[in-house]
Design a protein around this ligand. Structure first.
Ligand code: DAK
Length: 263
């Protein structure tokens, strides 16, 4: 598929999707969501891709939300279809077997914050602004914001953000656990790249197992979650990577992971 609203690149096993509508602060329209969904399918099918990074084109925005000019013209049925399309894309993003990092380089509002929330963690530039301003448009978050935000920062903080629609600067977003790390704008991509490379060097089977255990276990009770962890752990022990990782430690050398289960 030819991409017009995103830029898709892959380098050293790290895929980057750059939302690319800078004139509209990278606002999400139906075409962009279609391209995002197609790129995620390509990534999911490519065994050589180890990490995904999402960011925004230009200096000002990650994603300034859904495209309000498109949104304003929706009838209820079109709104539902758009909502379904967005939720499907974000669920696909969250369900990717590989880790996804949001590099938030400016405004991440509405669907932009929701996009970042569907990633595994967020690094942000000092000038980044998070927020769910939907309430000021007479609507509510519709790409999972009412669900993912309270799970991450707690119910009351999420309610304050969603009820007021106020923007939260990067430093405060880090304090409430929404953002893992805040960087100078010019250092953001470098910091993200360092972490992405660190992750990409690990074993794919273990990464997949860890992500699945966390994502599946978090919404269960502790006993069920630990059961999920045990199954995931056992799967790791069937991998060549586990043999290689433990052997490399004992032989005092660096492991070379292949990301394969044993025959
Ligand atoms: N959509 C369309 N265009 C946008 C945009 C957006 N969300 N955000 C900015 N732009 C455009 C501006 O209109 C402007 O275009 P021109 O006038 O130059 O043609 C250009 O980007 C630059 O923006 P500003 O001139 O406003 O720049 P400022 O620095 O003054 O302000 C700002 C930056 C980010 C504070 C401001 O642009 C702003 O408040 N933007 C809107 C933020 C927002 O409310 N986002 C939408 C949140 S609602 C659904 C599920 C989910 C959703 C919808 C439906 N279903 C289930 C159906 C999601 C909803 C949302 O995300």
């Amino acid at each position: 598929m030819a991409y017009e609203n995103i830029i898709y690149t892959v380098e050293e096993g790290i895929a980057t999707i750059t939302f690319n509508r800078p004139k509209a602060l990278n606002a999400l329209n139906a075409d962009l969501l279609k391209e995002l969904s197609a790129a995620l399918d390509v990534i999911a099918a490519d065994e050589d891709i180890r990490v995904l990074v999402l960011t925004g084109a230009g200096q000002k925005a990650f994603v300034a939300g859904a495209d309000i000019s498109e949104l304003a013209a929706f009838n209820p049925l079109q709104a539902k279809l758009f909502g379904r399309q967005g939720q499907a894309a974000l669920n696909k993003l969250q369900a990717l077997a590989i880790p996804a990092i949001a590099a938030v380089n400016g405004y991440a509002l509405g669907g932009g914050s929701e996009m970042a929330l569907a990633c595994d963690f967020i690094y942000a530039s000092e000038n980044a602004m998070f927020g769910l301003p939907e309430i000021s448009l007479g609507i509510i978050p519709g790409f999972g914001g009412t669900q993912r935000l309270p799970r991450l920062v707690g119910i009351n903080k999420a309610k304050e953000m969603i009820f007021t629609g106020k923007m939260v600067p990067a430093a405060e977003a880090a304090e409430i656990g929404l953002v893992n790390r805040v960087c100078a704008p010019e250092a953001l991509m470098e910091e993200v790249s360092k972490t992405a490379k660190l992750i990409a060097a690990k074993g794919r089977v273990a990464l997949r197992a860890a992500k699945q255990a966390i994502n599946s276990g978090i919404h269960t009770d502790l006993t069920t979650g630990c059961g999920i962890e045990l199954d995931a752990f056992a799967l790791c022990m069937a991998s060549e990577d586990a043999k290689e990782g433990t052997a490399a430690f004992l032989e005092k050398r660096k492991p070379v992971f292949k990301g394969r289960l044993s025959h």
